[in-house]
Design a binder for this molecule. Structure first.
Ligand SMILES: Cc1cc2nc3c(=O)[nH]c(=O)nc-3n(C[C@H](O)[C@H](O)[C@H](O)COP(=O)(O)OP(=O)(O)OC[C@H]3O[C@@H](n4cnc5c(N)ncnc54)[C@H](O)[C@@H]3O)c2cc1C
Length: 494
């Protein structure tokens, strides 16, 4: 067994620099890290919306949040607003918060559902502080003793600036960066990767290689043929077209995901511009139609020509194979509907850290890494399919096909249990909490037929009082919070 002393990262996109920064920060002088990237190839250049665990990553890296907001032109993200997903003309929020407060053995929505069946007309979202702040465009971090007043948040940022920021930190900590195009890869007789050969003949050898080379998967696929599970029969969108546009006067603290007849459009507000894109099915739109649809639905003037990206939804069958771990786009791709790709990078590197093969690569560790990665990808896949499958749109064949497709058993089971009596269970570290499943199931139109019997243990009057009290508690901080723009101005002026 070869001890792992030198790690070579191929690729300097978001995945390469997150891997470099986190590994170096945590493992320090116990490993040497070399990162190879080629300016002539460049990065994918999209990926601007995140989810709350990124704050943990930043904190482990010792990043000051105010500095981070300034350096990456970031804004706050409290939620995603889904427009036209259930039916055209309607929208709902998937927030990072949770409605009300759950009792032991009885989640809040059961109380709400009983009240609704008794004639209450309040929406579930009125009990969610993230929703209220997103709706009113308000934000400041809240340090609440009681979980009922937590305000979980993430960021929208310029991914290129984030990678540059992490590069600066990584180089300060001792990561060596080599600019160069890899045009050959040498293997040991046993098949492991031995070294990368750069343009001009320079060789870069290592014990462990992290493939962050993007969709091409230069090491994991082109060299080692690790295989790919294709999920496009469930998620048929296979193209995106992206374009930046001018910033608005008012910066929304949430992402927008607007469904069209065969795909959906994102709107991501940054400090200096908006990120926009259309994810679509090439079986339904030509490139020209997609570009016209996107450009025709911008809220502000486009700042560049549209950029087209092709992808195949799925996951690398062995995300760790031999002495190569694939991270980022080389490890698989799920469309950015729930902004999960950067999180998948973070969790892959954390998993690698937990199973780090310092004494040499052991098959049990590789198998465990791959088992956990597979489960994580599949759980996120199911959550994304939910948005497409449970719709009531009748205006296009695309959406009708989505309704009729057979979904994975794991998802079908979840939908059925929720539809029957509102039960939701978070399984095996699922990234999405019960409140996420709840909001999307309800937002897409599933109303549970029944509720938990604990909700019947209160008198009707008591139930009404409890709900009114929850609403008042959640409303209370709103008047004291600054607007999202005021918050950003204050932080960025510091
Ligand atoms: C349309 C779209 C929208 C997205 N939106 C989001 C989002 O909102 N939120 C989110 O979390 N994620 C999003 N993502 C995903 C996100 O963009 C990626 O997860 C992230 O940027 C990581 O990319 P990467 O670093 O793996 O690959 P890339 O950015 O493609 O980087 C690849 C690197 O490998 C290098 N390289 C490749 N070949 C060679 C070679 N032969 N020699 C030397 N260097 C080489 C390149 O120079 C580059 O540095 C989106 C993705 C797409 C396609």
């Amino acid at each position: 067994m070869q001890t792992v002393r030198k790690v070579v990262i191929l690729g300097g996109g978001t995945s390469g620099w997150i891997a470099a920064a986190l590994l170096k920060k945590v493992l320090g002088a116990t490993i040497d890290i070399v990162l190879v990237e080629s300016d002539s190839i460049g990065t994918i250049g999209v990926g601007e919306a995140t989810i709350p665990p990124i704050r943990l990553l930043n904190s482990v890296l010792g990043i000051n949040e105010a500095e981070f907001l300034r350096e990456t032109k970031a804004t706050i993200k409290l939620a995603i607003k889904f427009d036209n997903w259930r039916v055209p003309g309607e929208g709902y929020f998937h927030t990072f918060g949770a409605p009300g407060k759950s009792l032991a053995f009885c989640q809040f929505h059961h109380l709400w559902n009983r009240a609704r069946q008794l004639g209450d007309t309040t929406s579930l979202w009125e009990y969610d502080l993230n929703y209220l702040c997103a709706r009113d465009g308000k934000f400041a971090p809240i340090t609440a003793k009681d979980t009922i007043l937590e305000l979980p948040y993430a960021f929208h940022f310029d991914a290129g600036l984030y990678a540059q920021y992490l590069r600066k930190l990584s180089e300060q900590w001792g990561v060596q960066r080599i600019e160069g195009l890899v045009n050959d890869v040498m293997q040991h007789p046993n098949g492991d990767i031995k070294n990368l050969v750069l343009d001009g003949g320079r060789e870069v050898s290592g014990d462990l290689f992290i493939d962050c080379s993007g969709f091409r998967g230069l090491l994991i696929q082109q060299k080692l043929g690790a295989g790919y599970d294709d999920w496009s029969h469930w998620l048929p969108c296979d193209r995106a077209v992206a374009v930046p546009s001018e910033r608005f006067d008012k910066t929304l603290p949430y992402t927008r995901a607007i469904a069209h007849s065969a795909g959906w459009q994102w709107r991501i507000p940054l400090q200096h511009r908006n990120g926009n894109g259309l994810v679509y099915s090439s079986a339904h739109y030509t490139e020209q139609q997609a570009a016209d649809l996107l450009l025709g639905n911008l809220d502000s003037k486009a700042l560049a020509d549209p950029k087209f990206i092709q992808f195949k939804t799925g996951r690398r069958r062995k995300q760790w194979h031999r002495n190569v771990v694939s991270v980022g786009l080389s490890s698989g791709f799920l469309e950015p509907l729930e902004s999960t790709s950067i999180h998948l990078i973070q969790s892959a590197v954390v998993r690698l850290l937990q199973l780090f093969p310092h004494q040499g690569i052991v098959s049990s560790q590789v198998a465990e890494y791959n088992r956990q990665s597979q489960l994580e990808f599949e759980q996120i896949r199911d959550f994304i399919i939910l948005h497409y499958h449970v719709n009531q749109r009748t205006d296009s064949q695309f959406w009708r096909d989505m309704q009729q497709m057979t979904v994975p058993d794991s998802l079908q089971r979840k939908i059925q249990i929720f539809a029957d009596n509102g039960s939701l269970f978070r399984e095996q570290n699922d990234l999405f909490l019960e409140s996420s499943w709840l909001q999307v199931m309800m937002g897409q139109g599933i109303m549970p037929k029944d509720y938990h019997p604990i909700a019947n243990s209160f008198t009707e009057q008591k139930l009404k009082e409890m709900l009114a009290q929850f609403r008042a508690i959640k409303q209370e901080p709103l008047s004291k919070l600054p607007s999202h723009d005021e918050f950003l101005q204050k932080v960025c002026a510091q």
